[in-house]
Design a protein around this ligand. Structure first.
Ligand SMILES: [Zn+2]
Length: 243
């Protein structure tokens, strides 16, 4: 149930304590995939899980901008700083909780958001009347996580399944040719790069030619199952602040 599509009077009749907040990023995804990729992917998985879950789940409108300054050299990328982002997410979770939807999973589509989401959900659990955890979909796809990259086969596959019109398949060769195969510029365990253009010319990490709509369908199923299992695990948690 998507909050923005309903009337308040209809929402009032729904008995659930579960909420999902899809979060993405507006950032470059190479020459073949749209800047909204992370949000579109998070949204697809949240919507699918809400449909498949045994009880009603409130899906909040997706948050389109995250922590993505590392992509600032690619046109169109937008970002916010970590404290602003954390406060904004906390406000949204607390407003959901005020309506009784106080067990919240944040469905995340962007790696750069992960540290901030871990920090803010810990803060929410400790100090607010809500229980919230982050779920980053590409960490919930088994062995496929290892070929994640950036705008690589994983994200591109999910888009090819859910929004085929958004992928420029005629540019996949170009995307692969100028791509790099690893995230960062590494000396031992230290990443020497701060911005992604230091190690990828066109923004791509990985080979998006390996993407397919079939793989996208498999990824959607896998992430949906994991998210539904997570909803089962969080729905009975205590929401009393742990002061
Ligand atoms: Zn992405």
């Amino acid at each position: 149930m998507h909050i923005e599509d309903e009337t308040w009077t209809d929402l009032e009749t729904i008995d659930t304590n579960l909420g999902l907040v899809p979060i993405g990023s507006t950032e470059q995804h190479g020459p073949h995939a749209p800047l909204g990729t992370d949000m579109f992917d998070a949204e697809s998985i949240a919507s699918n899980a809400a449909e498949e879950y045994s009880d009603s789940v409130m899906v909040a409108p997706s948050i389109p901008v995250g922590i993505a300054e590392e992509h600032r050299n690619f046109t169109g990328t937008l970002w916010t700083d970590e404290m602003t982002f954390r406060q904004y997410v906390r406000d949204i979770v607390n407003s959901l909780a005020s309506h009784g939807w106080n067990h919240v999973v944040i469905v995340n589509g962007h790696g750069g958001n992960i540290p901030a989401l871990k920090a803010v959900t810990a803060q929410i659990i400790r100090h607010d009347n809500a229980y919230a955890v982050p779920f980053t979909w590409f960490e919930a796809i088994g062995d496929h996580t290892s070929s994640m990259g950036h705008a690589g086969p994983i994200e591109t596959s999910l888009l090819e399944h859910t929004r085929p019109e958004s992928v420029h398949t005629d540019r996949l060769t170009e995307a692969a040719t100028d791509a790099t195969d690893g995230w960062g510029d590494w000396q031992g365990k230290v990443n020497l790069a701060v911005d992604s253009n230091e190690f990828t010319d066109n923004g791509v990490v990985g080979d998006p030619r390996e993407a397919s709509a079939e793989l996208g369908a498999e990824l959607l199923d896998k992430a949906t199952d994991e998210l539904c299992a997570l909803l089962d695990a969080v729905r009975d948690h205590d929401v009393t602040p742990r002061e």
